[in-house]
Design a binder for this molecule. Structure first.
Ligand SMILES: O=C(O)c1ccccc1NCC(=O)[C@H](O)[C@H](O)COP(=O)(O)O
Length: 223
């Protein structure tokens, strides 16, 4: 299986095009007003049109209400919803049914105790995204450029596909994949020159490094 690469928090046509041309498997759009990457519905509609099936469109929401989810469906028609809040398993089930799209539940990680929620979410979600747990006083629950201890996932046995995020960059993505054995990686801050400002060269370097990490691990496994 090839490694899935997601570039999150895209907000301009130029940087979206860079991510698409560089081969991002998933492009993420943030719908959370306190975020520096927040998109209006109209901006989401325009960027969504630009994707033209070249990548999977991921809508990132945080404890969104039904009306917000409906509006995002109408504007972006995402392929996947990334639920980055404190959504319960029951709420996940409702959302899954309402939007009729796969959901990727974010599990914030700081200690091994954070993995106790997995069996519940695994009943409903199509995919799990492990991200660093944000500090209590953070203004948002993700997109902070902070890593977690990847070794906490070292012995993970999960029937669902999972991705890893939090503080990834072109410099550390290979090590994150090696330690976590994740099927996908997700980055936002690590491809930015300032919060919310994506850098085309950093996007290309990240995707190159992620792909190279997979080539290296395949080489090792055939030896
Ligand atoms: O990007 C945000 O501002 C954001 C706001 C609220 C919840 C999540 C948010 N971002 C999450 C992501 O962009 C990624 O899924 C991932 O956590 C990568 O974050 P980063 O550490 O910045 O690479």
């Amino acid at each position: 299986m090839s490694l899935l690469v997601k570039i999150c928090g895209l907000s301009t046509p130029e940087t979206l095009e860079t991510a698409l041309e560089a081969g991002a498997d998933m492009v993420g759009f943030v719908f959370f007003p306190p975020s520096p990457r927040h998109l209006s519905l109209e901006a989401g509609r325009e960027l969504g049109r630009q994707v033209k099936r070249r990548s999977l469109k991921v809508a990132l929401t945080v404890d969104a209400d039904d009306a917000t989810l409906d509006n995002i469906m109408d504007a972006l028609s995402p392929d996947i919803f990334q639920l980055h809040g404190t959504e319960s398993v029951a709420r996940l089930r409702d959302i899954r049914q309402r939007v009729g799209r796969p959901v990727m539940k974010v599990v914030p990680v700081a200690t091994s105790a954070d993995l106790a929620v997995l069996p519940g979410y695994a009943e409903v979600a199509e995919r799990i995204l492990f991200d660093a747990r944000a500090p209590k006083d953070a203004t948002r629950p993700g997109g902070l450029g902070a890593p977690f201890d990847w070794h906490l996932l070292g012995n993970l046995e999960l029937a669902l596909p999972y991705m890893v995020s939090g503080g990834l960059s072109a410099d550390n993505v290979a090590e994150a994949v090696r330690v976590t054995r994740a099927g996908g990686v997700d980055v936002s801050s690590g491809v930015e020159s300032a919060p919310g400002v994506k850098d085309p060269e950093m996007i290309k370097a990240f995707i190159r490094a992620a792909r190279a990490s997979q080539d290296a691990s395949q080489e090792l496994s055939v030896r």
